[in-house]
Design a protein around this ligand. Structure first.
Ligand code: FAD
Length: 497
């Protein structure tokens, strides 16, 4: 409520925000959790909470009047369409050189992502978070995150027989024929439920192509894991459709946080002011970076360090498709939940998910999202003319990612006698190199903050989300974001409260 005073305020309800809210509440601290997206707890006109990937509607996109689908074309034809402007679930945020996809709503990115829950190989950890002790992460915090998130693995025997993973079996066969290791990748999907979907005994979710705009049944998003535990504490007030705009030191100590209430058209219906003893920035890599850069530049928090806004990377994301021979169909029924990948990290700098193309028809296409060791890092900066935050990522900075992905797919194409698809991202365009699903950095651990996320320059301000991670995790990022948040909040509760 306007004028309230709270011990702790958390900005954003994704992985970092959920971990912070749960652990603070369990330690007896009352928490205000502020989330600019919707609650996603009410069915729409079709009786479902979330829209299907094959038929996007107003629920699908954050304040856009036209869809911006990651795969913009099919068989060369553009597939985007007009939709009503609405506080929908997926934000396709456009900066000058890159489109950054993010989840919007209570649960953040967990609402829209593929649920691939990957702990990095321990030998890669030193390059991911160089100032963090790997022993405590691999002994304590990765296991805690995996348990809290409900991570599990597909049953390999079922995988071998399920129609919905034919595309992944083709991916495995071709990877292995070219000498690449194929690895099963854990996911937060309820695998027993997916087996029932395949058997036709329950409503389909992964097997109905649900993913980018939410998943109605089987996926264990934060709505099924951390968020019910948060509610059970009775100490956390969640405010959906509330957006934090300013944080500034309050005269009597603590911080004044200005929050705008939104309606579902995105219009501001009220502006409220709350005083918080401690504020946790968990608005995601982009959201936290944008807030911190603005607050430093506009004088609200002038003492934030010069590292704020720096060290941002795209986790080396790049997509591509391959056209298979007629004798290698990938299946008309494809689970939207990926469960395997090709690991060429050590030799070629790429880890490629074998991804679905759930169109409902046979396409003979193999589709991949590669995570690569792209060394380029961008910076957020305040633009006084537009009064907004820019990101200086350049389209050409994706070239190292393309080269690394080619270390896998050029070889597979040569071995199989196949070619790249050129109809998925435009006409005659092979690489999906205009986007990322995995923004990381902007308030890097040990640079913009101390080694536990305490922001330099102010007591009682913390970053606790993907902004802490310097640009790359070598695999999909949310398990690392969750584990790091678990580590940091434990220390912060023990020493700062
Ligand atoms: P987020 O989860 O982004 O949460 C931040 C929250 O803060 C959001 O809910 C946002 O609405 C809110 N917010 C932002 N600004 C404000 C503000 N000013 N006021 C109030 N609230 C605000 N990762 C994986 O590991 N595996 C996958 O399979 C995978 N697939 C993905 C697929 C897609 C399509 C996308 C988009 C992402 C995928 N990711 C995946 C990435 C993963 O979802 C993110 O890395 C993760 O969600 C980031 O967690 P976070 O806590 O940093 O922030």
């Amino acid at each position: 409520a306007d004028g309230a005073r709270v011990p702790a305020l958390v900005i954003g309800s994704g992985y970092g925000g959920s971990v912070a809210a749960l652990r603070l509440a369990q330690a007896g601290v009352d928490v205000q959790l502020v989330e600019m997206g919707m609650a996603w707890d009410t069915p729409g006109a079709d009786g479902k909470i979330f829209a299907n990937t094959t038929s996007p509607d107003q629920r699908s996109f954050w304040l856009r009047t036209r869809t911006k689908q990651p795969l913009s074309n099919f068989l060369g034809f553009p597939i985007d369409k007009d939709i009503p402007r609405y506080t929908g679930i997926l934000d396709a945020e456009e900066f000058g050189g890159i489109v950054v996809y993010q989840g919007r709503g209570v649960g953040g990115g967990s609402l829209v992502n593929g649920g691939m829950a990957v702990t990095p190989k321990r030998e890669n950890f030193g390059a991911i978070l160089p100032t963090v002790d790997p022993g405590e992460m691999y002994d304590t915090y990765y296991p805690r995150a995996n348990a809290g998130l409900g991570v599990g693995l597909v049953d390999p025997a079922w995988f071998d027989s399920a129609d919905c993973y034919q595309y992944a079996r083709v991916g495995r066969k071709q990877a292995q024929r070219s000498g690449f290791p194929f690895v099963f990748v854990p996911d937060v999907y309820d695998w027993a439920y997916m087996q029932q979907e395949q058997a036709g005994t329950v409503p389909r979710s992964a097997l109905a192509g649900e993913i980018l705009y939410g998943n109605n049944y089987g996926k264990k998003s934060l709505q099924k894991t951390y968020l019910p535990r948060i509610a059970a504490t009775g100490r956390v007030t969640v405010s959906p459709l509330h957006r934090v705009t300013t944080v500034t030191p309050a005269s009597g100590g603590g911080y004044t946080v200005v929050v705008e209430q939104l309606d579902t058209s995105g219009a501001v219906t009220a502006t409220k002011s709350v005083t918080a003893d401690k504020v946790f920035f968990a608005a995601g890599s982009v959201g936290t970076s944008k807030l911190l850069v603005k607050l430093k530049a506009t004088g609200a928090l002038p003492n934030l360090g010069d590292e704020v806004g720096k060290g941002w990377g795209d986790n080396g994301n790049v997509m591509c498709g391959r056209a298979n021979h007629i004798w290698d169909p990938t299946g008309s029924l494809q689970s939207s939940i990926p469960c395997g990948g090709i690991d060429n990290w050590a030799a070629g700098g790429a880890f490629a998910e074998v991804a679905p193309l759930p169109t409902g028809i046979e396409t003979w296409a193999s589709f991949y999202l590669s995570i690569t060791k792209n060394p380029n890092r961008a910076q957020f900066s305040w633009n006084p003319a537009t009064r907004s935050v820019d990101l200086n990522w350049q389209p050409a900075w994706k070239q190292p990612s393309i080269d690394m992905a080619k270390s896998i797919f050029d070889r597979i194409n040569a071995k199989e006698g196949t070619i790249y698809r050129t109809d998925l991202f435009g006409t005659y365009k092979i690489w999906g190199d205009h986007l990322t699903y995995h923004p990381l950095g902007g308030a890097v651990l040990g640079k913009a903050t101390d080694n536990y996320g305490r922001l330099a320059g102010y007591q009682g301000l913390y970053a606790i989300d993907g902004s802490l991670i310097p640009g790359n995790t070598s695999v999909n990022p949310f398990v690392t974001i969750t584990a790091l948040a678990e580590r940091n909040i434990e220390k912060i509760i023990a020493t700062d409260f």
